[in-house]
Design a protein around this ligand. Sequence first.
Ligand code: HSE
Length: 401
Amino acid sequence: LLGLGHVGSAIAALALARPAALERTVSITCALVRDPGARVRQPGVPLTTNPRDVFEGGPEVIVEVIGGLDPARSLVLEALDRRIPVVTANKSLLARHGNELLTAARQAGVPLRYEASVIAGVPFLDTLARRPLASSLSSLSGILNGTSNYILSEMERGSDYRAALAEAQRRGFAEPDPSKDVEGIDALEKLTILLRQFTASDVSPDAIEVTGITRVSREDLVHARELGGVIKPVVHASWSGHEIDAFAGPAWVPRTHPLASLSGPTNGMRLCDGAGTALCFTGPGAGPRVTAITVLDDVIEATRGGWAPSPATGRARVSAPATRWLVRARGREPRPDVTSFGDRLASCGVGIERVSVGDACGRGTAWLLTHPCSRDRVEAAASTLAAAAGCDAFVLRTLEP
Ligand code: HSE
């Protein structure tokens, strides 16, 4: 075991408890820690600060749960070089160096498995990858960050942003640096992993548009409902070969969409093929215990020597899609001049479909749902509106059905 933080400790505790659900007993030969004195010791788990003790202790599988890029990357490469199968739940590592690591695993002839890295409590990657259906998929939409979904759900119930984030941290959903959750980076990294798997493309997370939930207000959530939807922290991608349209960020989702009803820390994903077949997976995506169960399940799979994820076969070309947008325009007056807001957006080529009116911070505000257009176009129109009407304008994508 490389790392004995929240997830590593949960793995050690679960392995020691020998749950009946696991078909094999898993014993931890050794756990690599940075500072043995600073950690809560797990009874029966020998600790070391020297990676060599882990590699040379004869493990059948190495589990990497250190997190971050270094030294995780070099330790995983060393394990693979020693022909030891690796299981990891490290999203950043897989998003940034996944293809290099999968190539090393392929060359070594051992598996690198990462089922717990995306929707940790729902083992769907392996199941799907073994099916011919996986190669006919052409789009996915998902809620992949439990912390952001929990925060927006709590804000809808009247809680404030900071209190909801503190509770997500207390319950163990949030990343050690929670800005990765609320700025959309965690979801972006998971989307990158999924795209590599489903499109066989090497995708750089830096090529994908990402926004966070920090600018979404309680008023936005209320008026999103008036417009027949709900604001959710989503990822979306559609593809043909290595050409991919994708984004990660909060979006207005029509009430009828399967993701609209997922609240709290629940994660979910909808995968579609070109012929109208849709598959949905929902379940817990975060927390040490659910992650530990899936990691141990993956450890057992790794010892079987069956299917294992493959490296990408080509490089992705990524664009941001044209979608409808929710524009929040907050004026100076107590009542918003909706007609003038709509006219100004229309004069920039952005048509309006529906409007909800209210106030935000005591200022007349309109929430305008647009026709589909590119981000460049809606942002240019929002800037024109802000300059001409003296309002501040904020734009949010929508997730199309
Ligand atoms: N911070 C992540 C989340 C943990 O909130 O979903 C699981 O990857």
